[in-house]
Design a protein around this ligand. Structure first.
Ligand SMILES: Nc1nc2c(ncn2[C@@H]2O[C@H](COP(=O)(O)OP(=O)(O)OP(=O)(O)O)[C@@H](O)[C@H]2O)c(=O)[nH]1
Ligand SMILES: [Mg+2]
Length: 400
């Protein structure tokens, strides 16, 4: 309870707010009218007036009627956790797809809440731009929102088709794909940077990353893999948002391997792991080969490591200091290295690019000169490159 409120404060700060106070109430069930009890609501109202508060944020989802009633009691704006997260996402979105996805989620969150405008509108009946009575206006607003939702859905479709063409380009290259997932602020982007030497934005902020970034990772076996960093997960992630982000998260669903990054120094680490697993479940990515990566090991004091030993398939790293990163790369190699085909190839000397490529991507076991014009190789080749070398393959050998 306290943890969830602390996280809500962090979210509010991330959205640009300044938190002046908080409170909670234990109840059997929320009250229908105001979610919290009327005594508590009055207490909050007095606090808000005293502190000149302009927004009250609830950690749980409020019904449209509850937010309307509370706004009246507090005499200020009332948001719930979902609207707050949507607001942060809206601030962060950079790509066209990201922006569209968030607008869609926001409108879908807004639609059932449009009734809240009814009260205000009927009072302002006859105001500028108001044709007919409030109810008609409300219907118009609803229809406008629905139209906008339909338009966004179409635009998203177009944007995604383009992206899927790019993805097919990648599939043609057929490099194995590993996806970094994890709770927000766990250090996913920092880890991507540490693993691939890139400079993706990493910040001590919730949801620093929204749009997926893919980089090439060179494995010790000389093999290439693709590594994707994407949006972080959080407890009570709005369902609409997960829906909206499903396409972005396709990289996660398609991945050959998931790197589940955990902030091992976080007091709520176990809850965070569960929350991430819940979202993975929701997007249909359960049961994928997963490597748990316990990050921020540099922040742990002795003894805390014991916790980590309870998990199978764990690698401890510090993405910041680089500790454990080489071991992690080794481990990734073990998990996504495909079986190799043992092949015999005959390549003309003049096809020097092919020979160079063979040395780069395959394990060349034997090389013989076959007269002046060709060379004969025995090599172990990742199966996804079979097609590329097909013109030169003379036979498949028995694997020793
Ligand atoms: N001490 C320590 N700090 C780290 C480590 N890895 C990341 N951080 C810090 O943790 C914060 C969050 O890192 P990010 O890489 O942005 O985390 P993220 O998981 O990508 O976060 P979102 O994109 O917001 O979900 C940053 O301030 C990092 O500098 C680490 O190994 N040790
Ligand atoms: Mg990030």
């Amino acid at each position: 309870m306290r943890d969830s409120l602390d996280e809500l404060s962090e979210l509010a700060a991330t959205a640009g707010g300044e938190v002046v106070g908080d409170g909670s109430q234990k109840m059997e069930a929320p009250t229908a009218a105001t979610f919290i009890g009327s005594g508590k609501a009055g207490e909050f109202a007095r606090f808000c007036q005293g502190q000149d508060v302009d927004t009250v944020i609830f950690d749980d989802e409020l019904s449209p009627a509850q937010s309307r009633n509370l706004e009246r009691v507090f005499d200020c704006k009332v948001l719930d956790r979902t609207s707050l997260i949507l607001d942060i996402f809206a601030q962060r979105a950079r790509t066209k797809e990201g922006k569209l996805q968030i607008e869609l989620a926001q409108l879908q969150h807004l639609l059932p809440r449009l009734t809240r405008f009814w009260g205000h509108l009927s009072r302002q009946k006859g105001g500028i731009g108001m044709r007919g009575d409030g109810e008609t206006q409300l219907e118009t607003d609803r229809r406008r929102v629905q139209d906008r939702i339909a338009r966004i859905a179409r635009e998203l479709d177009t944007v995604r088709r383009q992206r899927s063409t790019q993805r097919q380009g990648r599939q043609r290259s057929l490099w194995p794909l590993a996806s970094i997932v994890g709770y927000t602020n766990a250090g996913k982007s920092t880890l991507l940077n540490a693993l691939t030497g890139s400079e993706v934005l990493a910040e001590d902020k919730l949801f620093a990353t929204l749009d997926p970034t893919t980089r090439r990772l060179r494995l010790p076996t000389n093999q290439n893999a693709l590594l994707t960093d994407t949006v972080g997960f959080i407890r009570k992630l709005p369902h609409g948002l997960v829906e909206a982000f499903k396409a972005t998260l396709e990289e996660v669903v398609q991945a050959d391997l998931l790197l589940h990054v955990v902030d091992a120094s976080h007091p709520q680490v176990e809850d965070q792991i569960l929350a991430v697993n819940a979202v993975l479940d929701e997007i249909g990515a359960t049961g994928k080969p997963t490597l748990m990566v316990f990050n921020k090991m540099d922040k742990l004091i002795n003894g805390e490591r014991k916790f980590i030993d309870r998990f199978p398939n764990v690698v401890g790293v510090s993405a910041m200091t680089g500790e454990g990163v080489p071991a992690l790369i080794q481990e990734i190699g073990k998990h996504i290295r495909p079986e190799r085909e043992f092949l015999e190839l005959v390549v003309p000397h003049e096809a020097s690019a092919v020979i160079a490529r063979l040395h780069a991507v395959a394990q060349v076991v034997e090389r013989n000169y076959d007269g002046d014009t060709t060379a004969r190789f025995k090599a172990r080749i990742p199966p996804h490159l079979h097609e590329e070398f097909a013109p030169f393959i003379v036979q498949e050998l028995q694997t020793a």
